[in-house]
Design a protein around this ligand. Structure first.
Ligand SMILES: Nc1ncnc2c1ncn2[C@@H]1O[C@H](COP(=O)(O)OP(=O)(O)OP(=O)(O)O)[C@@H](O)[C@H]1O
Ligand SMILES: Nc1nc(=O)c2ncn([C@H]3C[C@H](O)[C@@H](CO)O3)c2[nH]1
Length: 213
């Protein structure tokens, strides 16, 4: 299983489609447009942070179990990043210490089940798409989900800065599997075929290095 990571608008869903087609495997997407809790969370984060987290945890676990059935399926975001989101929200006062404790214990418990529920526990390769704040905002605007727009909710500027800041340390500390970074500012793998070729070559080389393909 290949897992994509990166902040909001990094290009994970786009890359999940591209990479799974390239490898002839399946993509497993994050539940976003059909997620009933996400708009509620953006409207009232304090009330809905915990519920949203349980929603994502449940859906993510389901996707991991399905994705791990066959080799080289591609997962749009890791379960570890959900925890990053929640801890950041908790530090912003949007979840109680009790909710954090329940979430952390539930996550640990569910992770212990993975070896039984699926062939193995960790991804084969983490592909992290790294983007700057400016690119993040441009992509969020380009995609146009109402509730993510800083124009509508100026508090999102600080939220997005915090999130990006946490991602740097998160990637450096990540050690569950081999990992690689893609420069999402430099390579427009969505609209530029030459950039796409270069990015796919970087991923193929890394997969070959670890004998994943
Ligand atoms: N490398 C890229 N070059 C140009 N446009 C891109 C690139 N990556 C993504 N985009 C565009 O940016 C927007 C966000 O991309 P996408 O939905 O794939 O991000 P994501 O990481 O899955 O976001 P989220 O975590 O919020 O679901 C889309 O409109 C997509 O077409
Ligand atoms: N609070 C919170 N916790 C998560 O685990 C999480 N995972 C994703 N998201 C939000 C970010 C994008 O708006 C949108 C799509 O990634 O969903 C999350 N929000």
């Amino acid at each position: 299983m290949i897992v994509l990571s990166g902040t909001i608008g990094a290009g994970k869903s786009s890359m999940a489609t591209i990479l799974s087609e390239h490898l002839g495997t399946k993509a497993f997407y994050e539940q976003v447009d059909d997620n009933p809790v996400l708009p509620l969370f953006y409207a009232d984060p304090k009330k809905y942070a915990f519920l949203l987290q349980i929603y994502f945890l449940n859906k993510r676990f389901e996707s991991i179990k399905q994705a791990m059935v066959d080799d080289n399926n591609v997962l749009d975001r890791s379960i570890y990043e959900d925890s990053l989101f929640f801890h950041m929200n908790a530090d912003m006062g949007r979840a109680t210490p009790q909710e954090v404790k329940v979430y952390d214990e539930l996550l640990a418990n569910m992770m212990q089940e993975l070896p039984y529920a699926a062939a193995k526990k960790a991804p084969d390769l983490l592909v992290h798409i790294d983007i700057s704040y400016d690119t993040m905002i441009r992509r969020i605007e380009k995609r146009g989900r109402d509730y993510e727009q800083p124009e509508q909710d100026p508090t999102l500027v600080e939220y997005y800065h915090n999130l990006l800041g946490r991602y740097d340390g998160w990637y450096d500390d990540y050690d569950y599997s081999p990992k690689m970074k893609i420069d999402g500012d430099k390579y427009d793998f969505v609209e530029n075929p030459d950039d796409l070729k270069l990015v796919l070559k970087q991923i193929d080389d890394e997969l070959a290095k670890y004998r994943i393909i």
